[in-house]
Design a protein around this ligand. Structure first.
Ligand SMILES: CC(C)(COP(=O)(O)OP(=O)(O)OC[C@H]1O[C@@H](n2cnc3c(N)ncnc32)[C@H](O)[C@@H]1OP(=O)(O)O)[C@@H](O)C(=O)NCCC(=O)NCCS
Length: 173
């Protein structure tokens, strides 16, 4: 349904997603500061997504880090930093397609156990019902802890969610 294109910092695609009028300020903040830092100094990839009409409809960001290594026996793990749909368009399930693609990309990364483990994590604000519904439909469950106050966004709390991206062993016929 969507075509994923991996992009670099400084290109026209990154400028395009920076220009979208997001309802929540934190999306632009992450795109301006946090994500460029992860790309430069970490192991982070951004994709943009095109619909069949060749319209750029959203983006997704996947990182490998050790934020939640307390849950992974100290191993690095894949982590969805952010995804968003172009706020000026009508979605036709694009969020679901993007999460599915990020799960697939994390599965490929986790197939190399030297790179990261096979548990994919994300954070989502507790007031983001749409985001939480989307992630639960895609197989994520909250990890066992209370919502965490975000030190960078006064008054906001987020949930940590995770799901397996282990490759099912193929059975001999
Ligand atoms: C959270 C977010 C990514 C959800 O994206 P989304 O594309 O709306 O999510 P879904 O895949 O569930 O799609 C739902 C919409 O597509 C429609 N849809 C789903 N499948 C469809 C299909 N096969 N055909 C037509 N429409 C379909 C649904 O009816 C719904 O439409 P609505 O907007 O009129 O209610 C988006 O709201 C967003 O960008 N939010 C801001 C950033 C954010 O919160 N990111 C997540 C936390 S990091």
């Amino acid at each position: 349904m969507l075509r994923a294109v991996a992009i670099q910092l400084g290109g026209t695609e990154y400028d395009t997603i920076l220009s979208w009028p997001y309802a929540d300020q934190y999306v632009a903040k992450l795109l301006h500061v946090d994500i460029p830092r992860r790309i430069k100094f970490g192991d982070c990839q951004v994709w943009v997504y095109y619909n069949p009409d060749k319209q750029m409809v959203g983006f997704g960001v996947l990182d490998i880090n050790d934020c939640y290594s307390d849950y992974t026996l100290s191993k690095p793990h894949p982590y969805i930093v952010l995804l968003a749909i172009n706020p000026t368009i009508k979605s036709f399930g694009y969020g679901t397609s993007i999460v599915d693609h990020l799960i697939g990309a994390a599965t490929v990364l986790a197939a190399n156990p030297l790179r990261c483990c096979d548990r994919l994590f994300l954070d989502v604000y507790v007031d983001n019902d749409r985001g939480i519904d989307l992630y639960m439909r895609c197989g994520f469950v909250p990890v066992e802890c209370e919502p965490i106050p975000d030190p960078l966004e006064a008054g906001k709390q987020y949930l940590v969610m995770s799901r397996s991206v282990a490759v099912e062993p193929t059975r001999a016929p």
